[in-house]
Design a protein around this ligand. Structure first.
Ligand code: BG6
Length: 373
């Protein structure tokens, strides 16, 4: 209703702009309704829908990494990539936001916006010129190419979890303003597909969760294995596939895992890390994501804001999941002890592809520590 009041007060005229914080809508229908209301008051170019992940320097750098370097593009497709992981997990619970969170859950809070935005940056085509329209056109194309989910996917390729008490950490249902019988998910892992020439057959595994062992946001690109391994592996450990890790936060950086010969006699190979850390650019990306986005809005640059068609395209893809859960209140919701990597079922989902989640900080004892790339 706020936009309608702004209209009454004539605050929608001239160079007026409005910033709208996520979540934009509660499902497809409410998002369409909101878009209609906003469109009756503002022109699309006046509306700035924030997804603060796009304000992160490291998210923007994904575009530079892909499109300012010639060597990755030929490899960036189904011929060379086996699967991709997108992870955004946190070691916090829901803090003081029980009232909001219990009506939202991880799918609405993180997946429908932040995670899918990262999928788009990873999967999109390069626009011929870079501007707000061309960039956002490519994002929408990714959302529209997401392979629609089937009943089988709801059952087998989506894993919902909720954290339970562990050590001195409360379980989700004990949190303030949370229904003690709540079936709201605090963890979700999903397998997605993108039906286009570049990505057909390449699974994108995405996950987010509260009360995980650490906070980390990263994209891991798993390249296909070498067709044949003729060397011995040092210590029996030489994965035949290269892996590129784009760490968005914390200890921001990019690493490439490659096989190298162990010095000395014979031909033993070991996987080593070639790395770039933002510290090398004189420090971690400056500024807060919100500050950057608000500044962009003041400058009138909508590039890093979500357009109405993208919001709706994303909801079109995720809405059936919400319906399915509503119609099947007994659909599995797995408990996981706070401070762990989520339900084991999400590992099982990866095993189907002969894969496993890259869980950084496996050996971390102090969760405030940054885990190695
Ligand atoms: C917000 C979610 O949009 O993103 C929060 O509502 C989440 O639940 C936060 O904690 C994560 O953002 P960041 O920048 O800390 O990774």
């Amino acid at each position: 209703m706020i936009p309608l009041h702004l209209k009454k007060a004539h605050l929608n005229r001239g160079r007026a702009r409005i910033i709208v914080e996520k979540p934009f809508g509660y499902d497809l229908q409410s998002a369409e309704e909101l878009n209609r209301i906003y469109a009756s008051v503002f022109d699309e170019h006046q509306i700035y829908r924030i997804d603060h992940f796009l304000g992160k320097e490291t998210a923007q750098n994904l575009l530079a990494f892909r499109f300012a370097n010639g060597i990755f593009e030929p490899l960036w497709n189904r011929n060379y990539i086996d699967y991709i992981e997108v992870t955004a997990v946190e070691n916090l619970g829901i803090e003081q936001r029980g009232g909001f969170y219990d009506t939202a859950g991880a799918l609405r809070d993180m997946v429908q916006n932040h995670l899918i935005q990262l999928v788009a940056l990873t999967a999109m085509e390069p626009p011929a010129v870079f501007n707000a329209d061309t960039f956002r056109n490519e994002v929408v194309k990714v959302y529209e190419s997401l392979t629609p989910l089937t009943e089988e996917d709801f059952e087998e390729h989506i894993v919902r979890g909720q954290y339970t008490a562990s050590g001195n950490k409360k379980g989700y249902r004990e949190e303030k303003n949370v229904n003690p019988d709540s079936r709201t998910e605090t963890y979700i892992a999903m397998k997605l597909g993108i039906s286009n020439w570049r990505w057909s057959g390449v699974p994108f595994y995405i996950r987010t969760g509260k009360q995980m062992p650490t906070k980390v946001t990263e994209i891991v690109v798993h390249f296909r294995e070498t067709p044949h391994q003729m060397f011995h592996c040092a210590g029996g450990n030489c994965p035949r596939a290269n892996k590129l890790i784009l760490r968005l936060q914390p200890n921001e950086g990019i690493v490439l895992k490659i096989g190298m010969k162990v010095p000395g006699a014979g031909f033993e190979v070991k996987q080593v890390t070639m790395d770039f850390s933002y510290n090398q650019l004189g420090g971690v990306p400056s500024g807060d994501a919100y500050a950057r986005l608000i500044d962009d809005c003041i400058q009138g640059d909508p590039t890093l804001f979500t357009r109405s068609d993208a919001v709706e395209a994303s909801w079109r893809f995720f809405d059936p999941i919400l319906h399915y859960w509503k119609e099947h209140p007994d659909a599995p919701l797995y408990g996981y002890p706070a401070g762990t990597w989520g339900p084991l079922e999400s590992e099982a989902m990866m095993h189907e592809h002969g894969a496993e989640w890259t869980n950084p900080c496996k050996n971390l004892t102090n969760t405030d520590q940054y885990c190695e790339l």
